[in-house]
Design a binder for this molecule. Structure first.
Ligand SMILES: C[S@@+](CC[C@H](N)C(=O)[O-])C[C@H]1O[C@@H](n2cnc3c(N)ncnc32)[C@H](O)[C@@H]1O
Length: 247
């Protein structure tokens, strides 16, 4: 999908969201828990309307949220009190000038699939301080009947399914349609691809597989980079929300 189309889609979605009450994402608390409390400077890539960035700033960090959609950034700024330690920047992450080695945490939710994965990860890693933490959360494609069944079972058992149904019922039809049109034809990584990517690019990352077709990768930059390890040697953790029937 071209950058122009991404921007147009999210400008449209932002205008619709401006008329809705703000609601937390199902995985917001989980993501907040991955950001170390000691972080002083945090960058959120693809911050959207800024809810997560504000929540991190409320814990005392200075947060920069960057997003390619001017309407999303307008919404994010509107929702932020003036004295908040959070700033919102409109721009394409891949070309935005940002200080290398500056951030204690770089975080991104539901955005990586819009960008070239290898180049984006390299950029994110370069922006981290030694010991800085990268938190990547994105959509995943389900593969095969087994994946659907396991995800469905986990979603029912841990309450994700009920949450999802409630949130779909609350959403206006026009908002649902805008998300559907934006998402048609999008391609997401599978869990197998996420694991392969971590083995080559993010050694020793923790990998979480969530029920609602999402995954999270948490990786800490070492002062001296460790060499890649295999997923099969037990270095990777794979979890499924609160239910871990399959690892
Ligand atoms: C699905 S939304 C997720 C927003 C927010 N992180 C959330 O979880 O609610 C993806 C966001 O990524 C932004 N985005 C896509 N490509 C981008 C890029 N190259 N640079 C910065 N932001 C980008 C879009 O404008 C959009 O707001």
């Amino acid at each position: 999908m071209s950058q122009d189309k991404i921007q147009a889609d999210f400008d449209r979605i932002a205008r619709l969201l401006a008329e809705e009450p703000e609601r937390p994402d199902r995985y917001e608390r989980f993501l907040l828990a991955q950001v170390p409390a000691s972080c002083q400077r945090v960058l959120e890539v693809g911050c959207g309307a800024g809810r997560l960035a504000r929540a991190i700033a409320a814990r005392g960090a200075a947060v920069t949220g960057i997003d390619a959609s001017p309407e999303m950034i307008r919404l994010a700024r509107q929702g932020s009190p003036e004295d908040a330690s959070v700033e919102f920047v409109c721009g394409d992450f891949s070309v935005q000038p940002l200080g290398p080695g500056l951030y204690d945490c770089v975080l991104s939710a539901a955005t990586l699939h819009h960008m070239p994965v290898a180049a984006t990860l390299a950029r994110m890693k370069g922006l981290l301080r030694p010991d800085g933490v990268l938190v990547l959360h994105d959509l995943r494609s389900l593969v095969g009947v087994g994946d659907w069944l396991r995800s469905g079972l986990a979603a029912v058992c841990n309450g994700d399914a009920a949450w999802w149904i409630r949130s779909r019922l609350r959403e206006r039809r026009v908002v649902r349609a805008a998300w559907r049109e934006h998402g048609s034809g999008e391609r997401y990584l599978t869990m197998m691809e996420v694991r392969a990517l971590c083995e080559t690019t993010l050694p020793n990352a923790r990998i979480y597989c969530h029920a609602l077709w999402r995954y999270t990768v948490v990786w800490t930059r070492e002062p001296v980079q460790a060499s890649p390890v295999q997923a099969s040697n037990g270095s990777h953790v794979t979890e499924m929300g609160r239910v871990t029937p399959w690892k």
